[in-house]
Design a protein around this ligand. Structure first.
Ligand SMILES: Cc1ncc(COP(=O)(O)O)c(C=O)c1O
Length: 459
């Protein structure tokens, strides 16, 4: 059996009780994870600050069940990918049909790629051509390669608080005490070539100083990449709208490519993603998550002249290499066509529902925190949200602490114990399968959990 929670002796009564409860109700997860612990390292997918991960075994709609049969209202929702909820009948039957009748993973191009490419091109202004890959990480890697090949320049502009995937160019931090308006770049974690920092320009998020930096570095900047809402601090408002538009204009005026990383926001912020929501046409856009109907997927889309380089290896000196054993595989494509096709025909119902529930949850929690004078707030960009243990305004990642306050750790343990699942990353999403009743229930549970943490003297 895996280690149970250690009693550090400094815990409050509720902190002790929640650990005892989680230990007792997760015996199979503990037993199995003692074996996985010897076999695999769970990395950032591990759930919360637990001595063992809760292993998820089953799903349906907005719910998950763990290996011990405990049921959760799920706000991880496949890191955002399961926008229709788990086991949605339209997606499930497309997967079953493909598996039963045609098989999976052929390796060469297959007919299922055609409708998915057509759906993506029709959905987004900035997409004239597409390539498929297997993750959002691959998508941004290929987009970066394409931008460098196309422009003949090497540097990339990224915004403090960014995440563009797990590769060396997708992760990085602003040096904590570097100036807000001129943040310095540092690589994240060990094993990343230090020289990566020389090829990245860290830009200040939501600050006009970013535009001056782009102008100053235009001779070396191939592309600026941005998440239309940063998952580290999700916001959606007029100021972000204006910032994104000015960013696109400044890039264009300075011959720097403008890329929107729509891995999260694609088919979530609107059917046409953040491009539709904000009325923008980037040079390149990257996708993942929702596009694959819950199977691994990535895609790069963009201007035909840039995308042509993916077909030009050997024939044009700027031609680029792309590959991937499983890229565009027929099973993922079938699931993607089913999910995106459903979103296409039901967009008038799906998106208002996602936004309404996202707002309701954020408002319900924020009102409670305010009424009880708790330094707690929810940030949400429509259906994407996160709870922060901080009272002051969070404008950007520079307002966040790198270390999590103890109240946050305690809160999420209580939340899990009470049947609400949020991943270790804390990034949370509502899906089309969530209902008003579930949101009401979640707000009640959140209030209870906040009260339990306060009783222990931590809020
Ligand atoms: C904005 C953004 N880009 C890229 C990625 C990487 O996608 P994946 O996890 O599929 O590799 C993520 C993952 O969450 C993301 O949020």
């Amino acid at each position: 059996m895996a280690a149970a929670f250690a009693d550090t002796g400094t815990l409050g009564t509720n902190g002790r009780a929640v650990r005892a409860s989680l230990d007792a109700k997760n015996t199979r997860s503990r037993e199995l994870s003692s074996r996985t612990g010897e076999l695999m390292n769970m990395g950032s997918a591990a759930s919360l600050e637990m001595p063992f991960p809760v292993l998820i075994e089953n799903s349906d709609g907005p719910f998950l069940w763990d290996a011990d049969g405990n049921k959760y209202i799920d706000y991880q929702i496949g890191f955002g990918a399961m926008v229709l909820g788990h086991k949605h009948p339209a997606v499930q039957s497309a997967i079953e049909d493909q598996v039963h009748h045609r098989g999976w993973h052929f390796g060469l191009h297959n007919p299922n790629q055609v409708p998915l490419a057509e759906l993506l091109i029709k959905a987004d202004n900035g997409v004239e051509r597409v390539i498929f890959c297997n993750t959002g990480t691959e998508a941004t890697m290929y987009a970066i390669r394409a931008a460098r090949a196309f422009t003949g320049k090497w540097k990339l502009g990224v915004f403090d608080g960014f995440y563009h995937g797990a590769h060396d160019y997708g992760i990085g931090l602003a040096v904590p005490d570097s100036p807000r308006e001129r943040p310095t770049y540092m690589t994240m974690g060990a094993g990343v070539l230090p020289a990566i920092a020389d090829h990245q320009l860290m830009l200040p998020y939501r600050s006009d100083a970013a535009f001056d930096l782009i102008r100053q570095h235009k001779e070396e900047l191939a592309m600026v990449m941005i998440e239309p809402a940063q998952s580290s601090n999700p916001h959606m408002n007029d100021e972000i709208h204006d910032f994104l538009h000015e960013l696109a204009d400044v890039c264009r005026a300075n011959d720097v490519l403008f890329m929107m990383d729509e891995v999260i926001t694609g088919f979530r912020f609107a059917y046409g993603g953040a491009q539709e929501r904000y009325g923008l046409t980037p040079d390149l856009a990257t996708y993942g998550k929702i596009l694959g109907g819950g199977l691994p997927v990535g895609a790069v889309g963009g201007r035909a002249d840039i995308m042509a380089l993916f077909n030009a290896l050997g024939s044009d000196p700027r031609g680029i290499m792309s590959g991937g054993t499983f890229s565009g595989n027929p099973l993922t494509m079938a699931a993607g066509v089913a999910q995106i096709g459903y979103l296409d025909t039901h967009r008038a119902q799906v998106y208002p529902h996602l936004y309404r529930l996202g707002e309701k949850l954020a408002t319900g929690i924020n009102e409670y925190a305010r009424s009880k004078n708790m330094a707690v707030q929810v940030l949400n960009a429509g259906p994407m949200f996160q709870i922060y243990f901080k009272g002051d305004e969070i404008r950007s990642s520079r307002d966040l602490n790198l270390t999590k306050p103890p109240a946050e750790t305690e809160f999420y343990l209580h939340l899990l114990d009470q049947g609400v699942l949020v991943p270790g990353t804390r990034r949370s999403f509502v899906s089309y399968a969530h209902t008003d009743e579930l949101i009401d229930q979640t707000i009640d549970i959140v209030r209870t959990c906040l009260d339990l943490v306060r009783e222990d003297g931590l809020i």
